[in-house]
Design a protein around this ligand. Structure first.
Ligand SMILES: [Zn+2]
Length: 224
């Protein structure tokens, strides 16, 4: 049996034959019942569009002012990052770091990594470092929806300290929209991308073989 036709169950390590042409159905492990293959593999177009939209919404959410600071009678509007700097200066460094990571760093890593992987895959090319980027996505994913909690904490602190006032304008609405978009993006299973990349690589290997029928089938060619 060809090694490339095997798939390991992520939950119980059972070695199984890769499901072929699942179409709209999902495949489950016969031993433990874990889902091996999601029907979301066919939703590549939709998830690419949504990820790009989420990235733009993220930029809007970060670029427009979200709070109004009142310092010694002088009011000034500032973005989320500006609010975090104010928190830091007020001696709440830990909260500032936690909110920064969950509302800025992790969503930015996940969205840019997804765009980096999805756009070339959609065009039929496997990008450089594909495996590492997908692993990074799976690493930051558990921290996905925590930004809702962190924004809540930030608003609570702002209200309690009367340091600033939350302004319900573009940035706040962008954050709301971004939360909904991220909820849908997070539902997409990155494992589906491994399968699509496998298909692309197999097709490229077949194409190379038909173009150079005299060349050996193995890729182990030596430079001379
Ligand atoms: Zn299993």
């Amino acid at each position: 049996m060809n090694r490339n036709e095997l798939i390991a169950c992520h939950d119980c390590d059972a070695l199984l034959q890769k499901p072929r042409n699942c179409g709209k159905g999902s495949a489950r492990c016969p031993r433990c019942g874990a889902v091996l293959h999601h029907p979301s593999a066919v939703q590549l177009e939709r998830i690419t569009a949504l990820t790009l939209a989420a990235l733009f919404t993220f930029l809007i959410a970060q670029a427009f002012p979200i709070v109004e600071l009142d310092l010694n009678g002088v009011t000034s509007q500032t973005t989320l990052i500006g609010a975090l700097v104010a928190l830091w200066n007020e001696g709440m460094e830990l909260v500032a770091i936690a909110v920064f990571c969950s509302t800025f760093l992790f969503p930015l890593i996940e969205l840019t990594a997804l765009v980096y992987v999805l756009v070339p895959i959609r065009a039929g090319v496997v990008p450089v470092g594909f495996n590492y980027v997908l692993r990074a996505i799976q690493f930051v994913r558990p921290w996905g929806m925590i930004e809702v909690l962190m924004l809540g904490i930030l608003v609570t602190i702002i209200k309690m300290t009367s340091l600033a006032r939350v302004i319900p304008e573009a940035a706040l609405f962008a954050f709301g929209a971004l939360t909904l978009m991220l909820a849908v993006v997070v539902m997409f299973d990155p494992r589906a991308l491994w399968d699509i990349a496998d298909t692309i690589l197999a097709r490229q290997a077949r194409g190379a073989r038909t173009r150079h029928p005299a060349a050996p089938a193995s890729s182990g060619t030596h430079a001379r």
